[in-house]
Design a protein around this ligand. Sequence first.
Ligand SMILES: Nc1ncnc2c1ncn2[C@@H]1O[C@H](COP(=O)(O)OP(=O)(O)OP(=O)(O)O)[C@@H](O)[C@H]1O
Ligand SMILES: O=C(CO)[C@H](O)[C@H](O)COP(=O)(O)O
Length: 294
Amino acid sequence: MSVIHPIVAVTGSSGAGTSTARIAFEHIFHRLHVRAAYIDGDAFHAYSRREMAKAVRRATIRGENFSHFGPGANRLDRLEKLFAEYGDRGTGETRRYLHDEIEAAEFDREPGTFTDWAPIESDTELMLYEGLHGGVVTDQVDVAQHVDLMVGVVPTINLEWIQKIRRDIDVRGYAPEDVAKVILRRMPDYVRYITPQFTRTDVNFQRVPLVDTSNPFVARDVPNDDESMVVIRFRDPAHWAVDFPYLLTMIHGSFMSRPNTVVVPGTKMRMAIEIIIGPIIRRLLEQREAALSR
Ligand SMILES: Nc1ncnc2c1ncn2[C@@H]1O[C@H](COP(=O)(O)OP(=O)(O)OP(=O)(O)O)[C@@H](O)[C@H]1O
Ligand SMILES: O=C(CO)[C@H](O)[C@H](O)COP(=O)(O)O
């Protein structure tokens, strides 16, 4: 953790909506004039798409489990190094995973490959990580210890799968049966490495559908914001001075389901992120300014 170089991690599974939630964070940073370094979790995959396919085939032959959710397929050592170094000095290295033709063309590379490792932008006030492993702890690494504010984006699992399936088919060009296979293969690592992070998060945003999603593998559409609610759970509301009466007044249709949990209409998710996270970011920046001026 670092007062001078704070780290905010938005953590969620594949298809959870972390990239979508990042937009709300960008709005907050824009409004508060924050210079942020943005880190995409996919940059820390260990293998290119082709190498990953080979590694999965090898693991399958050996009867082992292998997936992007687990430590074997990611450079969690480099992720922890980046978090430690950023917290210490505001520096570190990252790269980009080029998902599609458009991203790859920009760097004259193949889709499913990486750019080279390079220093992150200099002179930033805060780092925002968005990806799979912002709160991960294994035998080898403890990424979570470096994070100042950890946010979970966690739809109910059927909804998460529908979001992933639709995105992978419609945008990334995968066949439905291949997406289902990936979901199945990732399940042991999902339980071991993804879900434990959500007990470490400071705030979780859980989108809950209000329509029938009982068979995600045949759902044609992602339930939209009108067809969902968002359950927002704070680990320690007092620590972040969460003003529940203010939230309930500002967000029409919201209510509390537990002393540390607010429920808001799906249409208000982005607004809720901005109203809840905005003051926390302001506080991190004030602490930073105070420490710098000492
Ligand atoms: N609140 C929402 N309402 C409707 N659709 C959503 C919502 N949040 C996310 N989605 C959809 O779900 C899909 C996955 O979202 P997104 O790309 O943000 O996930 P991700 O967590 O970044 O996944 P990955 O890590 O695999 O890139 C996208 O098609 C997105 O449009
Ligand atoms: O886990 C993921 C994102 O969080 C993706 O599945 C991962 O980045 C691999 O992408 P692709 O299948 O397009 O090579």
